[in-house]
Design a protein around this ligand. Structure first.
Ligand SMILES: Cc1cc2nc3c(=O)[nH]c(=O)nc-3n(C[C@H](O)[C@H](O)[C@H](O)COP(=O)(O)O)c2cc1C
Length: 179
């Protein structure tokens, strides 16, 4: 039998393993190139039938809508302290299968988190904010007939090391491969 792969030896595998949610930021701004690199990663996510239903709205630090968002999430401190926010939306007229389109949004979010990690940035997926989707879309000036809010990603230069754990494979793989 071949040796198990060493995830550290491959940058993609290492990023998947080492990316952590980062919720504290230094305050130093991101460059336009960094933001574009993260957006590119979101753009290249897979989608069912390649229907590409995701849309991104970038909120730079001085965007006045940011303060409006703080009333609609318990993560207001992250909204105030991160550098850039990316609202991840689905365009309703591009959807073909609700479950698959939502999965595509998840793939896009994860691609962007991994890209941020690869650039040495800190990022976190804010999902709680979609509990107040209609208010958030209103603050963002987006038509709820056209867009569905999937998540907001908060990005900045990291001022903490993240930490997290995962269940062992033996608990999550149903049959075999439990070593
Ligand atoms: C769908 C989804 C929603 C999430 N919502 C939030 C959120 O609202 N606020 C937050 O601080 N983290 C949020 N997270 C981040 C998770 O808490 C985090 O991914 C999990 O604890 C594992 O930690 P890690 O990302 O460092 O590996 C969310 C993650 C996902 C995938």
């Amino acid at each position: 039998m071949s040796e198990p792969m060493n995830p550290e030896a491959d940058p993609v595998l290492a990023a998947i393993r080492e990316r952590r949610s980062i919720r504290r930021y230094s305050g130093e701004h991101l460059s336009k190139e960094e933001i574009l690199t993260v957006l590119e990663a979101g753009r290249w996510a897979p989608s069912g039938l390649n229907n590409q239903p995701c849309r991104f709205l970038v909120l730079p630090p001085d965007d006045p809508r940011r303060e409006g968002l703080t009333a609609h999430t318990k993560y207001a401190h992250i909204v105030r302290t991160c550098d850039v926010m990316i609202a991840l939306l689905l365009r309703k007229d591009k959807l073909y299968n609700a479950r698959k389109d939502h999965q595509a949004a998840g793939a896009s979010a994860q691609n962007m988190l991994l890209a941020a990690h690869a650039l040495g940035l800190g990022a976190v997926w804010l999902g709680e904010i979609i509990n107040q989707e209609s208010e958030v879309l209103q603050v963002l000036g987006l038509d709820s007939e056209v867009y569905e809010l999937q998540a907001v990603l908060a990005l900045g230069r990291p001022a903490q090391k993240g930490s997290s754990e995962r269940l062992p494979l033996s608990e999550i793989v149903l049959e075999g491969f439990a070593s």
